[in-house]
Design a protein around this ligand. Structure first.
Ligand code: EPU
Length: 419
């Protein structure tokens, strides 16, 4: 096991290049098995979740090889095993996208899924409801979801709750259904749009992705395609927040600034200077910022996946901030760790009340999940003294070369073996 050791208090300066979007990659890689041909997917983040999916696809019979460390070539022209019940599949939550992809192409799927996660239950009832509406039979037993259908027939599906995963999964399955499917109250996240664009490049007919209503006219078959994944909105946001908190001048490059609007508006309100360009945002911060209130919402609202990092920032701002988590039931496990660093936070249900302190102080903390780990890094960079972060396997699942990227900005961060 390894840990990250950060000596805080260094200002951050320079440029950081953002990798491809994790949450687009974990949908687009499974989608590629629908092609029945060769797909080349570029700008993939070099992270654990992508490596696990590559290994999964290989075991299923879709040849999946790295052309370089950010490009996968996926060949799904041979026989694909629609039964994905091995270890790697259980490791990643986004394995659920194999369900939609296999059901769409083969009308048959058996996929082992992970149980709960560190921020509460992660139900997939809306995914299953969508599959049933398309005509699939659904069985769940011993952690394995089995789907089968003679044929899938397009229909109108109203999502009770906005769900990224269910929206993408229904798009996948219905791309190869008979007739037209209409998803109402669809998720509008950038990775929903990216997955729809990729499916369209493979020959699907999807319109309206990025709005509340997505129309999918089913096609008989899809074909191989070459595709470049969008930049990671959450990785970009993590570096923007880190720069705001540590102080300095950091240009976050290779991004789509529009995807960052909810964060840039909030940081500007707190006193950060922001300069936007076509594909970059420069953060200029003194590190002494005002408090703010945040409510997480589905896109284009403030992303829940930046909530822990933002809470870290607010814990050393001037005044009292209120954070309301509207997406997940229980996404404050990391607050105990921030308290170790001297943060003054009380949590009541979905609301966190943060009384800003002058400076956080280095301590030993643990990454309780991916974004919680990112929050510990953000906090550690500005804290006085040394912060040691353990359990960093979560961070490696979603952030490419995080200590290299931060070191290039002048941070003092190293990876060492745990004693
Ligand atoms: N929900 C249901 N039933 C379902 C599906 C979702 O009740 O069938 C609820 C969830 O419990 C949650 C809300 O709907 O309260 C939204 O969940 P959503 O389905 O949108 O989440 P997801 O697709 O499972 C993705 C990201 C998460 C991110 C959420 C919200 C991927 C692989 N994961 O999860 O990312 O927090 O959307 O934006 O795309 C992360 O990257 O750290 C991460 C957790």
């Amino acid at each position: 096991m390894e840990k990250l050791v950060i000596t805080g208090g260094k200002r951050l300066n320079g440029e950081v290049f953002i990798s491809g979007a994790k949450n687009a990659a974990v949908a687009i890689i499974p989608a590629a098995i629908m092609a029945g041909g060769i797909c080349v997917i570029d700008n993939l983040p070099n992270i654990e979740d992508v490596a696990s999916l590559r290994s999964t696809l290989n075991k299923m019979g879709a040849g999946c090889e790295y052309a370089d460390k950010h490009t996968l070539k996926i060949d799904s022209s041979g026989d694909i095993n629609t039964c994905a019940v091995f270890e790697e599949v259980r490791k990643i939550r986004a394995s659920y996208y194999l369900l939609g992809a296999l059901l769409g192409r083969y009308k048959n799927a058996a996929v082992a899924l992970p149980g709960g996660c560190n921020f509460g239950t992660r139900p997939i009832d809306l995914h299953l409801k969508g599959f049933r509406a398309l005509g699939a039979k659904v069985e769940v037993s011993n952690g394995i979801v089995k789907l089968s259908a003679e044929k899938l027939i397009g229909t109108q599906i109203y999502m009770d709750q906005v769900s990224v995963g269910a929206t993408i999964n229904i798009m996948l399955a219905s791309s190869m259904a008979e007739g037209t499917t209409i998803i109402e109250n669809a998720a509008k996240e950038p990775h929903v749009v990216d997955t729809a664009n990729f499916l369209n490049m493979m020959g699907a007919n999807i319109k309206g992705a990025g709005t509340d209503i997505i129309r999918i006219r089913g096609v008989k078959e899809l074909h191989g395609a070459e595709y470049t994944i969008i930049p990671d909105q959450i990785e970009a946001g993590t570096y923007m927040i880190a720069a705001a908190m540590a102080g300095g001048e950091v240009t976050v490059k290779n991004i789509i600034p529009k995807h960052m609007d909810s964060l840039t508006a909030k940081l500007a309100e707190m006193g950060v200077n922001i300069e936007k360009d076509d594909d970059s945002i420069k953060i200029i911060s003194s590190g002494a910022l005002n408090c703010a209130n945040i409510k997480t919402m589905s896109y284009p609202g403030f992303p829940t996946d930046l909530q822990p990092q933002m809470t870290a920032l607010l814990s050393a701002c001037n005044g009292i901030s209120v954070v309301t988590e509207n997406v997940w039931d229980n996404r404050y496990q990391y607050v105990d760790e921030l308290r170790q660093l001297g943060a003054k936070i009380t949590v009541e249900s979905r609301v966190a009340l943060i009384e800003g302190v002058k400076k956080l102080k280095g301590a030993k903390v643990s990454a309780t999940d991916l974004r919680a780990g990112a929050a510990m890094i953000v906090a550690g960079l500005s804290a006085e003294g040394v912060t040691e972060i353990s359990n960093i396997k979560y961070i490696d699942r979603g952030y490419e070369e995080i200590e290299e990227k931060l070191s290039n900005l002048g941070a003092d961060i190293i990876r060492v073996d745990e004693d």
